[in-house]
Write a protein that binds this ligand. Structure first.
Ligand code: ZN
Length: 167
């Protein structure tokens, strides 16, 4: 048996060292100090994990959770703003991800370009004062944000605020 095969057999060996299928690995470990060391280190890790106890939740956890749940259920339905906020907070945001990734890349490009003072070179005006450069960068950021807004609107034509129920 070679070392690679022996190391693949280590998990089986840990679970059942006496199994007949592990005989070859056991034999290899007698002559190979590397694999023996690996096995012993894994064994030590497992022994340590065996002594670890997961902490018990507080005995009142379930009751307190139930009380909180009842309180939330008893509350008046949230207003439109509140619902919008929770929608934004807890939305998985899957539909926004491609647009957001593009927007972030754009912002990074612009920000990075400004940081490396590339904007002056690109606009052919390396002598521009820092204030002018800053204003140009701000203007470009503004354009980028507008582009992002357009992208978001185009990608989600049906993704509007939740309808307000007539009451
Ligand atoms: Zn070996």
């Amino acid at each position: 048996m070679i070392c690679h095969d022996c190391q693949s057999a280590l998990p089986d060996l840990l679970l059942d060292p006496a199994a007949p299928s592990n005989a070859a690995a056991r034999e290899h470990m007698i002559s190979c100090a590397d694999c023996r060391g690996e096995f012993e280190s894994l064994q030590a890790t497992m022994t340590l994990l065996d002594t670890w106890k997961a902490p018990e939740p507080s005995p009142y956890f379930d009751q307190r959770l139930a009380v909180l749940l009842r309180e939330e259920q008893a509350k008046a339905p949230a207003g439109l703003l509140e619902r919008l906020r929770s929608r934004l907070l807890f939305n998985t945001g899957r539909q926004f991800r491609p647009a957001l990734a593009g927007a972030l890349a754009l912002v990074l490009l612009i920000g990075g370009g400004a940081f490396a003072n590339l904007s002056g070179i690109l606009s052919g005006n390396p002598e521009a004062s820092p204030a002018v450069t800053d204003l140009q960068v701000l203007d470009k950021n503004d354009q980028a944000l507008q582009t992002v807004e357009l992208l978001l609107q185009e990608e989600n034509p049906n993704d509007e605020a939740p309808a307000i129920p007539a009451s």
